[in-house]
Design a protein around this ligand. Sequence first.
Ligand code: SF4
Ligand code: SF4
Ligand code: SF4
Length: 288
Amino acid sequence: MSEQKPTVAIGLLSGCFGCLMSFLDLADDLAEVFNLIEFRRCPFNDVRELEHVTVGMLEGALSTDHDMKLAKEMREKCDVLVSLGTCPSYGGIPGMRNFQDSKTICEDVYGRRVPDDEELPQLLPAVVTLASVVKVDYFIRGCPPTTEKIKETLVAILEGKKVPEKTRNLCVECPRTKESILTPRRGFLTQGVRSVMELDEIDPTRCFLEQGVVCMGLVTVEGCNARCLGDNMPCRGCMGPVPGVPSQGNKLIDAVATLIPSGALMFFEDSVGIAFRYTHAADESMRK
Ligand code: SF4
Ligand code: SF4
Ligand code: SF4
């Protein structure tokens, strides 16, 4: 009977295993999911050979020639290909390396002794998204994605259903009070931009932007249950932009510019590092 179950393979590109941990966090539900599918190549069983499977999932960014080869092989051998997490979907944190050329990065890390063994993976000139290389059937956003989302997507694929797309921004999920930000006014919302460290106290019940702290929730798609906000940390945008928004980073800078006094943007430290943290590799406006 087990031969009739849909087969699943998981491939690792340049990632951190965080998405995989989120998958394993299915915990009690894991048995239910394992009953529905049969794993072929995946890090849980150490099977290296990639045979034809029903569903393939790829974690991590496309950063090396090895990643590129695996992505193409997975596409060929999987009926359905899933981009698991923000790394393959938008470049994620590894995409931040696109601020520099790959030669400079290697020299910064290794000094004059950059390893050049041809067996080692070679860095691509820049991190690219999975969808720019092969056709992707499903995207699971988040760094890492929520366990519920992984399960929902996997079950939908197995049942041949669509996964409903989220279309609103994260503020709708955020439990913090939003008062000043919703009031039309001529004055400015805040006097400047401050980092979390600069505040003696952060009101855990009030919108970060109303306290002068940049939050990406305005320009980030809903779907993570506002988990950082619940832990009194501002959103950094790991779920990516709201559908239809071509540049999450530019949208954030536009939004913040309308909320603070003119000139205060100069004191918004690491604005590019915050605004483009997860989507630099996917953002057309950041290409040379
Ligand atoms: S999306 Fe985040 S958790 Fe997943 S591999 Fe990339 S860095 Fe790790
Ligand atoms: S900007 Fe951030 S803190 Fe304010 S409501 Fe939106 S998600 Fe919540
Ligand atoms: S609150 Fe923002 S940074 Fe945190 S998990 Fe959600 S989208 Fe990602």
